[in-house]
Each structure stands twice: as structure tokens, then as C-alpha cells.
Design a protein around this ligand. Structure first.
Ligand code: ADP
Ligand code: MG
Length: 347
């Protein structure tokens, strides 16, 4: 059987890196994105620009591909479900529906005996007042938040911001005494068949990922527990493709799942240079039904996100042979926007 043509929804840096990995495997990609300046235009074989809600555009996209994946989870469920009736979407749209809402995501985890921070659903201001046991807490929109967007810190009920729009649903989540953050990238190919990368240690600044490194400076028991939970999550979801689990570790070394990203993830960018097979290539292999190859670490390393104007210090620079610079080729530099990254490997 010849290689399939892969449709990818979303044309940001993750779409770009997926398209590059596909190219390496001789798989053509068609990227669909609503941004005419999508950076992935520079990396994909074919590009379609249009709204995810435009039936004509969607039909064109469907007709040009054999199967479909996505780079971000916030695609409306009805769009993915409709596409899936014509061409297979992987991971399954139902998984997206579950994790694109923080409340249903956390309920799913707790039902499967996986610890999260304490939380409750909030529909109005009064519900915050009756849940003072979760203060100090963070109010987070149930849907569409990323990089700390749609979040309000609540130190006391006097703090409730008058600008909070209660037309949206929120969760109120207890703030924990955070010691470290880690993530696990896992690619599942089928029942009990997966590649699990070792835990990656992450540092956020202003709620945006700044650095990621391997090995994570954590105990063997935390390594084991985080790995077991990641395997349990992909099995419970009957997941196909690469997924990221983000964890918190508190000052007492308790482990919590923060969130699940049903896709390749920024903290896994270093796998391009530290492993023989990256999170992107494994994702493409899994969704396209290619062979699972033993994935090995070749180097330890660290990834630095280049955010906003950081990128200007790197464009045109010469790099050492253990440094790998990725420019996402975004047309406009904006504050808090991920513009590129640098990975430094230990030789
Ligand atoms: P996003 O979906 O925007 O990534 P997260 O829920 O992952 O939002 O929060 C972003 C960051 O904020 C986390 O990586 C962590 O550093 C901090 N944070 C979020 N929730 C909590 C919490 N309950 N306790 C302590 N820190 C938190
Ligand atoms: Mg997060």
C-alpha cells in the first residue's frame, strides 16, 4: 500500500513540525488553517486557507486527503465529528471533546483514580463564595484557554474581578504549593503498544513554557508513577497518536495531573534532537498505521522557547554543533508569542 496523504488541521508551529516529520517519511500533507499567514505554509506540501466552519472548504480538504489529524484541540467537536464521517480523524473526535473542557477532563482523570488538584465547576460569582475552601485558587475557563489565557488568580473573595464574564463556565482550582512541573510524551499505536518518552522537566514564566529539559530532576518513584499514569490515560482513552500529560509536583512530592494535550506538545520539541525518533515522527507513524520503531534517547538536552522579541537575538546567529535553532517563520513578532526554539544537546 502506498503512503497516505495526511490532512492536518491547524497551521502553527506544531503543524509545521508535523509536516516536516511527514516529509521525512515520504508522506504528503495538506494543512487546513484559517490564517493566511500560517507558518506551516512554509513546511507543508499543500495548504488550504479557510474557516473550519466553511462547508465548501471542509469538503475540499476531505477530498484531498486519506486521513486527518490536528495540531490543536480546540476545534469545535461538531466540525471534527462531521469530518470523521467521511475520512478517519485520529485521535478520535470524542477524545477531543472530553479534554477540551477542563471540567470533563478532570472528572475523567479522577474517575480513573488519577489525582488532580481539587476543583469545582463555577457558573456564577456566588458559587465562588460558597467554595472558599478552594481559595487561594485559580479560576480557569472550562474551554479555549492556553498559555494562561482565560485565568484569574483568586486570593480572597474580595479579589473577584468585575470583568469576569460569567456567560462562560469556569473551574475554580485550588492553588498547590508547586515544586516542579514535568510532562510525559507518549505515542500509542494500539492496545498496550506505545512509546513513552522519559519525564521532561518544565519551567513556566508568566504561565508560558520557557524551558524543558531531560533528564527531569525527580525521584525514581515519581518517574514510575508519572509513566504509569500516562500509560493508563492512553489505554483508557483508546488513544492513537502522540499525547502529552502535564503534571504538577508539590512540596511534599505529591504528583497531580494538570492537564492532557491530545496532540504533540511544546515540551516534547527536544525529542527531535535528543531521540532517534521524535514525538512528531511517532505521531505520524501511529496515525498513518506505520511501523512502531524502538525509540531511544541519544542525548540529554534542554529546549528554550524563544518568545516575542527573543527571536531577534537568534536570527542570523551562528550556532555551535550541539545547538539547534528552529524559527517558526511567523510574520509578526508579538509579546508572549512563541516565535521559535533552541535545543541544546549534551554530547
Ligand atoms: P494552560 O492551559 O493555559 O496551559 P494551565 O492550567 O496549564 O493552563 O496553567 C498554566 C500554568 O499555571 C501551569 O503550568 C502552572 O505553572 C500554573 N498553575 C496552574 N494551575 C495551578 C495550580 N492549581 N496551582 C499552582 N500553579 C498552577
Ligand atoms: Mg498548561
Amino acid at each position: 500500500m502506498s503512503n497516505p496523504t495526511l490532512g492536518i488541521i491547524g497551521g502553527g508551529q506544531l503543524g509545521s513540525l508535523l509536516a516536516e516529520a511527514a516529509k521525512k517519511l515520504n508522506i504528503e500533507t495538506v494543512i487546513l488553517c484559517d490564517d493566511i499567514n500560517a507558518p506551516a505554509k512554509n513546511f507543508t506540501t499543500n495548504f488550504i486557507c479557510g474557516s473550519y466552519e466553511d462547508e465548501k472548504i471542509i469538503n475540499e480538504f476531505i477530498s484531498r486527503v486519506d486521513l486527518i489529524t490536528f495540531e490543536f484541540e480546540n476545534i469545535p467537536y461538531k466540525v471534527l465529528k462531521n469530518i470523521n464521517e467521511h475520512k478517519t480523524v485520529l485521535p478520535k473526535p470524542e477524545i477531543n471533546k472530553l479534554v477540551q473542557n477542563r471540567y470533563t477532563e478532570k472528572d475523567f482523570l479522577n474517575k480513573n483514580d488519577i489525582r488532580t488538584t481539587r476543583y469545582t465547576l463555577i457558573k456564577d460569582e456566588d458559587e465562588i463564595k460558597i467554595n472558599q475552601n478552594l481559595i487561594p485558587g485559580i479560576l480557569k475557563t472550562c474551554t479555549l484557554g492556553y498559555d494562561g489565557k482565560g485565568q484569574y488568580k483568586i486570593n480572597s473573595i474580595k479579589d473577584i474581578d468585575k470583568n469576569i464574564d460569567f456567560n462562560n463556565e469556569y473551574i475554580l482550582e485550588k492553588i498547590i504549593n508547586l515544586k516542579q512541573e514535568i510532562s510525559i510524551i507518549i505515542t500509542r499505536f494500539g492496545h498496550q503498544k506505545y512509546v513513552v518518552y522519559e519525564p521532561i522537566e518544565n519551567v513556566h514564566e508568566d504561565q508560558i513554557l520557557k524551558h524543558s529539559k531531560i533528564p527531569a530532576d525527580i525521584s525514581d518513584s515519581l518517574k514510575e508513577k508519572s509513566t504509569d499514569w500516562a500509560k493508563k490515560i492512553v489505554e483508557d482513552l483508546d488513544y492513537i497518536g502522540t499525547l502529552c500529560v502535564e503534571y504538577f509536583i508539590d512540596k511534599n512530592n505529591n504528583l497531580y495531573v494538570n492537564e492532557i494535550a491530545p496532540r504533540v506538545h511544546n515540551s516534547g520539541h527536544l525529542t527531535i534532537n535528543t531521540h532517534n525518533i521524535s514525538q512528531f515522527e511517532n505521531h505520524i507513524r501511529a496515525v498513518c498505521g506505520l511501523e512502531k520503531i524502538e525509540t531511544k534517547k541519544i542525548h540529554n538536552g534542554k529546549m528554550i522557547n524563544l518568545i516575542g522579541s527573543d527571536i531577534s537575538n537568534y536570527r542570523g546567529k551562528t550556532f555551535a554543533d550541539n545547538e539547534f535553532f528552529y524559527d517558526y517563520l511567523k510574520t509578526e513578532i508579538r509579546d508572549n508569542r512563541k516565535m521559535g526554539h533552541l535545543t541544546i544537546i549534551e554530547k
